[in-house]
Ligand binder design. Structure first.
Ligand code: DGY
Length: 418
């Protein structure tokens, strides 16, 4: 155990670029939004100051409208595509123009709850709270213009689950004409059979060009996007962050933020019911353009358990996980292995990701589903012991996939073992 923690700390230090960490050397040479917030959890066990700085640096690059971008390009590095010259968002420190799962509210609350230096924690949290709340307000204003209580993502990269099976049908609607020629860099750093396909990349870039042509104006992008998907995992993260932020705001006597954040969370929990599928026994994504649920049993519907859900729903998620656990050696596969589109090696179409395991286990523990949660944690640690600190893993064989020496994988190991 001590040895694993030491190895994990060494990875965090190696990927530390000063005020931020890179997810991994080579493949992802900048600061990524949810990577940073979850990596802060790892730092907090041995360097609280550094943990806060990780989140501060991200929020220093928040947009005036409240959005927190998914990538901050602190330094030039032509080993990544698409770089700042493709995004052209016009920010002082270049950033991408889309966002990522809002785990910051959750992470900050966790840092405060277990602070060994409560004064430092109170100072830093108090400064971050209004910024995180502004991001949440941005979500409900710009990504839920009809006021449904649930937000849509407008690009698969926003979900963090870039090439999930969930997006396949909606992607039929995303054209590729007018996509400027590009050369991918990801497949020079990682095995191409672990990565998204060229056809997917063309659509990722078409969406970027479309949004860029609208000047990255978030009052327009949602309605203009042919890709508008309501993701239950993404919304659960937002709901959890809103309710964690509400708790913190109450503690710090920030009454207005507390009331608004609580209202977002409560409305969100109620609205989640629209994504429930009795037939699949889990939550599903919704195609906002057609209003239909997407019949794709992915990990998004299980990550939903990260929010505080009605207890029959949490029990149903635990049951789904138990069934999946009979099909794989390592929970949680990012897609149902009994489905034809399942691919045990390809990014989010099957492999196991430690950060998602952590969030699902955390939510289920809170909902009283401890035994499944324990299996998820035990499987996660077995993966590390067998295959090191990879980006993701084959749920049947534990084969390490994608990048290695991965920051957030290491951070979660510290979090689980400390
Ligand atoms: C990538 O480049 O693969 C990232 O996941 C996009 O954020």
């Amino acid at each position: 155990t001590d040895d694993l923690i030491e190895q994990a700390k060494a990875i965090l230090r190696r990927n530390d670029r000063g005020g931020y960490t890179v997810p991994t050397h080579g493949l992802y040479p900048f600061q990524w939004n949810w990577d940073s917030c979850l990596s802060a959890l790892g730092f907090s066990h041995f360097d609280e100051e550094r943990a806060w700085t990780e989140i501060d640096t991200l929020f220093a690059n928040q947009w005036p409208d409240g959005m927190v971008p998914h990538i901050v390009f602190h330094e030039e590095d032509d080993g990544y595509f698409p770089g700042p010259d493709v995004w052209r968002t016009g920010r002082p420190v270049p950033t991408s123009g889309i966002t990522q799962p809002p785990v910051a509210g959750f992470a900050v609350r966790r840092l405060v709850d277990r602070a060994r230096d409560p004064e430092l924690a109170a100072d830093r949290a108090r400064a971050l709270l209004p910024k995180i709340h502004a991001w949440h307000e941005w979500f409900y204003r710009c990504r839920d213009p009809q006021g449904t209580g649930l937000v849509a993502i407008i690009h698969p990269w926003e979900s963090g689950r870039d090439n999930s099976v969930d997006w396949d049908d909606v992607f039929e609607r995303v054209p590729t004409d007018g996509v400027e020629p590009f050369s991918r860099r990801d497949i020079q750093h990682a095995n191409p059979s672990h990565r998204p396909t060229q056809a997917q990349y063309e659509r990722y870039i078409w969406l970027v060009q479309r949004f860029r042509s609208l000047g990255w104006d978030n009052t327009k992008l949602h309605d203009a996007s042919p890709f508008q998907v309501v993701d239950p995992g993404f919304n659960a993260i937002l709901i959890r962050s809103c309710s964690d932020l509400a708790d913190l705001a109450e503690r710090f006597e920030l009454g207005e933020i507390a009331a608004q954040a609580r209202a977002f969370a409560e409305r969100g929990v109620a609205a989640m019911e629209a994504l429930w599928s009795d037939a699949m026994g889990q939550y599903l994504c919704q195609d906002r353009t057609t209003g239909k649920l997407i019949q794709s049993p992915s990990i998004a519907g299980l990550l939903a358990g990260f929010a505080e859900l009605p207890s029959p729903r949490a029990a149903a998620i635990a049951k789904r996980l138990t069934l999946l656990g009979e099909q794989v050696d390592y929970l949680v596969p990012s897609h149902d292995p009994s489905q034809p589109a399942f691919d045990s090696l390809r990014y989010w179409r099957g492999p196991v990701w430690l950060i998602v395991n952590y969030m699902i286990a955390d939510g289920l523990t809170r909902s009283g589903q401890a035994s499944v949660a324990q299996r998820i944690i035990a499987d996660s640690l077995r993966l590390i012991e067998q295959s090191g600190f990879a980006e993701y893993y084959d749920p049947h064989t534990a084969e390490p996939c994608g990048g290695d020496q991965f920051t957030w994988t290491a951070a979660i190991v510290i979090e689980l073992l400390s």
